[in-house]
Design a protein around this ligand. Sequence first.
Ligand code: CMX
Length: 473
Amino acid sequence: MATAMRLSSAVRNASMARSAAAWKVGTVSGARFYSAKSATLKETFAAQIPGQIEKIKKLKKEHGSKVIGEVTLDQAYGGARGIKSLVWEGSVLDSEEGIRFRGKTIPDCQELLPKGPGGNEPLPEGLFWLLLTGEVPTEQQVRELSAEWAARSAVPKFVEELLDRCPNTLHPMAQFSLAVTALEHESSFAKAYAKGIHKSQYWEHTFEDSMDLIAKLPTIAARIYRNVYHDGKVAETQKDKDYSYNLANQLGFAENGDFVELMRLYLTIHSDHEGGNVSAHATHLVGSALSSPMLSLAAGLNGLAGPLHGLANQEVLGWLTQMKEAIGNDLSDASIKDYLWSTLKAGRVVPGYGHAVLRKTDPRYVSQREFAQKHLPDDPMFKLVSQVYKIAPGVLTEHGKTKNPWPNVDAHSGVLLQYYGLTQQNFYTVLFGVSRALGVLPQLIIDRAVGSPIERPKSLDTLSYAKLVGAKL
Ligand code: CMX
């Protein structure tokens, strides 16, 4: 109906772009470039919208009343675990196999996505493209996306000043969330909505905001890092470099090419983990009220900052450091086992182990382990991590509580970062947050493009649940 017909000019431009083998003239940072025309990300996505809307409409019309699951009382009291009620196009998490981004495993992405100059790791720009469109971009499309993000990277002065005024004792994640919230001031979506726009235009403003937001995150993250731990000076974004290079450079680590490669891998694998995890779900939920991408992402970041979710990567390094202090150079099986039991007996969780969905070693852990085996095989902390990997699953199984005794993504990331000198673990979740934006914002754009409704599951009180199951309390 009208939604499909009223599609914005971007859709028309997209079909024109595809039919014309034209040459494109552009400017990035004042420099004109000439290149064979390839569709931009916005054009590519715009061209998909009518088909996607039709697919969903057909699916709902023909099968809308079919039952797709049942809900037990345990699930209602158990954090909604396993209840199918969210739509998330970018990735699906299999409990045994791990994550697939648009059907592609992490090794597939490492093979298929364009790499950085002279590097082996995929560029997160390519993953963003894949998550939004389901298509693997060309080298040129990815280079143009890098240039576009670099061109949009300037952070408003008042946001920089906000960060500069934060006490160093305010956790970096709280500072990050504050800065992202403050970017609301620049929101194209919020401004357009206040003026009054047609629903069919929501996605374009969401797209523009998401691109701006992502582009500014490295500078914001680096400002927090340089303010809290160094001299407060942040390098300019280099307009001819990729996103991960710029993040590494602004943090102060780009001289080491391996660190830049690590950032490419890190930002790619931490991006998306389907829709039910706290940060993805929170972004999606807040976005469903048509809050701007800035406010929606800030909500997700606040969730990521919890120790059972993203903050676990900070917790892991702290826990490993304490273990090292306690056991010294004795990395024997018995010594690691004792330490694990002392953690469990103290009523604490073993950080970096367990998962709400996964039931095997997280492939994101595996890819980081492979990176370590290649780049830092003799690092003492990597050796400790490897020993914990050998012993912890057995101890956790014997402990008998966790449904998944295997490591998740957070069990490995800190050890890689500390090896290159990024030792301030309280900062780690900010890097996770930069990456998570690349996963949750594509879905927000898709939600707005296909007209997803405001989210509003049903809640009941305990008395009502008791009645429902025929129990007397
Ligand atoms: N160490 C000790 N106990 C653990 C555990 C661990 N690593 N993982 C789970 N358990 C315990 C739970 O606390 C729970 O105990 P209670 O019954 O006393 O409440 C029991 O095992 C059952 O939990 P589960 O169903 O296996 O796991 P959940 O889905 O409830 O929770 C998670 C998943 C990740 C929060 C949990 O495994 C955990 O706390 N892990 C450590 C923190 C961590 O690494 N978080 C990062 C996850 C990845 C991410 O989101 O970034």
